[in-house]
Design a protein around this ligand. Structure first.
Ligand code: ZN
Ligand code: ZN
Length: 369
């Protein structure tokens, strides 16, 4: 990286606070013991600011997956200023570029430039000026424009409020300064940076191979639910990243709870039919690629092709019936219920057949699907 391309204030800040922690933490532990309450508060602050980034900067502003009450926006913006990751406008601008040009030169944190580039080196470069066309909708939001214009002040004041409050609560300003500010920032930064680095390298591509994003369940625990990144890059306008109820996605749960108490609305979710279709289409493509390139078995190729087509046909039939069922009045719906039950049974039978075909191809040497 040439020196004229380096963004010196960010570089000095990021490297500087890591060095500060490396020196200050051993000195602190030589003279003090960390209390459970201070540790708990630090973790709680990591979560509060991490969720503000994922529920606010990411799912609310970058992808518009739901609408939030202004009070929620204000709280999210306060904690995302505490998170010290740049203004919402700049963050969303870069993130929209990331999705539009993922894995290419125009992706600001492309994993193709290396793990550490995607993790944090990209931030040391001078940021691309904001293209107003890319965030025109966000520039109409007065709170976002204010936060962008006075970002430095918002960041310092919000962090001072947090640090002084924790210091006052525990009567330990030195501990609060070290843990509730800088250790918290260290943990938060690296867990959010994992989304650009680890979530593009370590895991499985369940929904699409068109991009490098992967699903990684361990990563979900560290990234407030953002570890289902292959799903997210495939269906970015879904407010969920983990689509099953048991998937660890606290950001999704927070948005859902807010909607239940009237503080969020218009939650966007991709239909199960679309998700299933994407899965079948993607798996069929991968299976055929493997059969054609390394197995060379025309019989197996036909089997994959026919089973995939039959499954997609069943899915279309089920979806058509379901759409009709939803539109007709309740008292007339009973006639369709039997047909729906049959269509669902047929879909399940074909799905079982499809699993057998996948197993058959997976038994052959080469890539596993
Ligand atoms: Zn990504
Ligand atoms: Zn995204």
């Amino acid at each position: 990286m040439r020196s004229e391309n380096i963004q010196w204030p960010t570089t000095i800040f990021l490297i500087g606070y890591h060095v500060f922690l490396a020196i200050a933490l051993p000195i602190y532990f030589m003279h003090h013991t960390l209390s459970g309450a201070m540790l708990g508060t630090t973790i709680a602050l990591v979560f509060a600011s991490g969720l503000a980034i994922t529920a606010g900067y990411h799912r609310l502003y970058s992808h518009l997956t739901y609408k939030a009450h202004p009070i929620v926006e204000a709280v999210l913006l306060f904690f995302s200023s505490v998170a010290t990751q740049g203004s919402a406008l700049q963050w969303c601008h870069d993130h929209r570029l990331h999705h539009a040009y993922v894995d290419t030169d125009r992706d600001p944190y492309s994993i193709k430039k290396g793990f550490f580039f995607a993790h944090f080196l990209w931030m040391l470069r001078a940021p691309k000026p904001i293209d107003p066309k890319l965030v025109a909708d966000l520039m109409r939001n007065k709170m976002l424009v204010f936060q962008h214009r006075y970002y430095g002040l918002c960041m310092i004041v919000s962090n001072l409020i947090v640090f002084l409050t924790v210091g006052w609560l525990f009567n330990d300003y030195w501990g609060a300064f070290l843990f509730a500010w800088w250790v918290r920032l260290f943990l938060l930064h690296h867990t959010t940076w994992f989304i650009n680095s680890l979530a593009h390298t370590w895991g499985d591509r369940h929904y699409s191979e068109e991009h490098s994003a992967v699903d990684n369940y361990i990563l979900c625990l560290l990234t407030y639910g953002e570890g289902y990144h292959n799903y997210h890059h495939t269906f970015a306008h879904d407010y969920r990243n983990g689509i099953r109820w048991y998937h660890f996605d606290p950001t999704k749960w927070l948005i859902w709870i807010l909607s239940k108490v009237g503080l969020a609305k218009d939650l966007k979710r991709v239909s199960d039919f679309r998700i299933a279709r994407q899965l079948v289409v993607d798996h069929k493509k991968r299976l055929l690629e493997k059969v054609r390139s390394s197995i060379h078995d025309l019989g197996l190729e036909k089997k994959v092709s026919d089973a995939g087509e039959a499954l997609l046909e069943r899915l279309t039939a089920l979806q058509t019936l379901y759409d009709r069922y939803k539109k007709i009045p309740r008292q007339e719906a009973h006639a369709l219920r039997d047909q729906l039950r049959t269509a669902r049974r047929e879909w399940k039978a074909h799905w079982k057949e499809w699993k057998k075909v996948i197993k058959l191809v997976n038994q052959k040497p080469g890539l596993q699907i």
